[in-house]
Design a protein around this ligand. Structure first.
Ligand code: PLP
Length: 441
């Protein structure tokens, strides 16, 4: 059985040297929460420059879906790099881009009659989907959620409603975006309880927003994360998206599902929206699509994606090497990894629920598949966020050889690669519990 192995103080001597140089040359806007200086990776394991071995339970922010350097993905990248690295799908054709578009049309919910636009990142997919929605509907306004994260480019940032530091100093952002409370039942904005609430948060849109400030017939889209990622791994209750979709359909408003984090099998289904049996009009994917190669895509029906040449394009988007990595990734997802995400995710949920029964500080455990979050609170009545202790636990995990990340003000996310084994899950949770014990003491 593999275990983490920490053989130096952290950060070790080589890491410290690199950190000094990094501080000098790298933009300080990055949000590193601990000094992990990684040299190589294999599966769910990574080694730092000093030879310390870590169990990676974050997978490069939910990106390395098939684990680090999966041999089949590496082979696909190597083979393609020998043949053609770049051509630009904007001005030329090459088989892989078309093949991948066909594959995405097949695996995204709805029939095959879809089209795909390729980008390089999650934010770019959101930008593109927003432009498509405005262009095709000829409407200017949009709805987004408090707690949402859609990226940091100016359009995506305007939709983002996660942390004010992400916006501070960058205004004015895009006008005409209305942020509303998300279905965050653990901290309901309306102080109600599901299912007795009867979806008051959706009724608010029609009864308040559409009547007082936002003309629905001038609204192009609502941007949703099926499970809010950066915002704290928040999962809406059953029936929520069905109901929201009904309302949007009533007013001809497009539903754009930002599945940048929740898509590509992470939640135990290829697309998280499948958990709610609801079809979005546009799906944005990135992160896990190509196991770490930079690729994003948004997918819509052929009739919706019918803008003219020149309306939107990208030099690098759909790069052949990234497409090859994506084809290999999807093959692995279809051949067992999505199922594994559901199976090992259930094991992690069960263990975390058992921890919740033991520690009052674990206020909430939520998630689907391998997109699981826990929220740390002072006690179950006040639910006061334990932000500093949350940060302390993440740091302690690092010192014990487990890589974790936070999300929201006081949550910790469990988002390992989809190849994670039950044994690795138990190892991670044992370390997590011991880190929690020492910080909460
Ligand atoms: C749901 C969601 N949308 C968009 C983005 C932005 O993606 P990127 O950092 O690739 O631009 C992220 C990144 O965390 C995300 O989680």
């Amino acid at each position: 059985m593999q275990k983490p192995k920490i053989i130096t103080n952290l950060p070790g001597p080589k890491a410290q040297k690199l950190l000094r140089k990094d501080k000098k040359y790298i933009s300080p806007s990055y949000t590193r929460s601990y000094p992990a200086v990684i040299e190589h990776g294999e599966g769910c394991w990574v080694w730092d420059v000093d030879g310390n071995k870590f169990l990676d339970f974050n997978a490069g922010i939910a990106v390395c879906s098939t684990g680090h350097c999966h041999p089949q993905v590496v082979e696909a990248i190597q083979k393609q790099a020998e043949k053609l690295i770049h051509m630009s799908g904007t001005d030329y054709y090459y088989p892989l881009q078309t093949q991948l578009a066909e594959k995405l049309a097949e695996i995204a919910p709805g029939g095959m009659n879809k089209r795909v636009f390729f980008a390089n990142s999650g934010a770019e997919t959101v930008e593109g989907a927003f432009k498509l929605a405005r262009y095709m509907t000829k409407r200017k306004y949009a709805i987004a959620f408090l707690g949402s994260f859609h990226g940091r480019t100016l359009g995506a940032l305007s939709l983002t409603g996660s942390k004010v530091t992400q916006k501070q100093g960058f205004g004015p952002l895009l006008p005409g975006i209305f942020h509303i409370p998300y279905a965050y039942c653990y901290r309901c904005a309306y102080n109600l309880e599901y299912p007795g609430c009867d979806f008051a948060c959706i009724k608010y849109i029609e009864d308040q927003l559409f009547k007082k400030v936002l003309p629905p017939d001038e609204t192009c889209a609502i941007f949703i994360e099926p499970i809010q990622g950066e915002g704290g791994y928040v999962v809406p209750p059953p029936g929520y998206f069905q109901k929201l979709k009904e309302l949007m359909q009533k007013y001809g408003i497009l539903m754009i599902a930002d599945e940048v984090q929740s898509g590509m099998g992470r939640t135990g289904k290829m697309f998280a929206m499948e958990h709610w049996d609801t079809m979005a009009d546009v799906y944005c994917v990135a992160k896990g699509i190509a196991s770490g190669m930079p690729l994003g895509a948004f997918i819509a029906s052929a009739s919706l994606m019918s803008w003219p040449p020149g309306a939107h394009a990208s030099t690098f988007g759909g790069n052949p090497v990234c497409c090859a990595a994506a084809m290999a990734t999807i093959k692995l997802l279809e051949n067992g990894l999505v199922e594994n995400a559901a199976k090992v995710g259930a094991v992690i949920m069960k263990r975390l629920e058992a921890l919740q029964a033991k520690y009052e500080a674990i206020g909430d455990v939520r998630g689907k598949g391998l997109m699981i979050g826990i929220e740390l609170v002072e006690d179950s009545i006040s639910k006061k966020p334990l932000t500093e202790k949350r940060n302390g636990i993440i740091y302690k995990c690092f010192e014990k050889g487990l890589l974790m990340q936070g999300c929201g003000a006081n949550a910790i996310r469990f988002s390992p690669s989809l190849i994670v084994t039950e044994e690795e899950a138990h190892t991670a949770i044992d370390i997590f519990e011991s880190a929690m014990k020492s910080v909460l003491r």
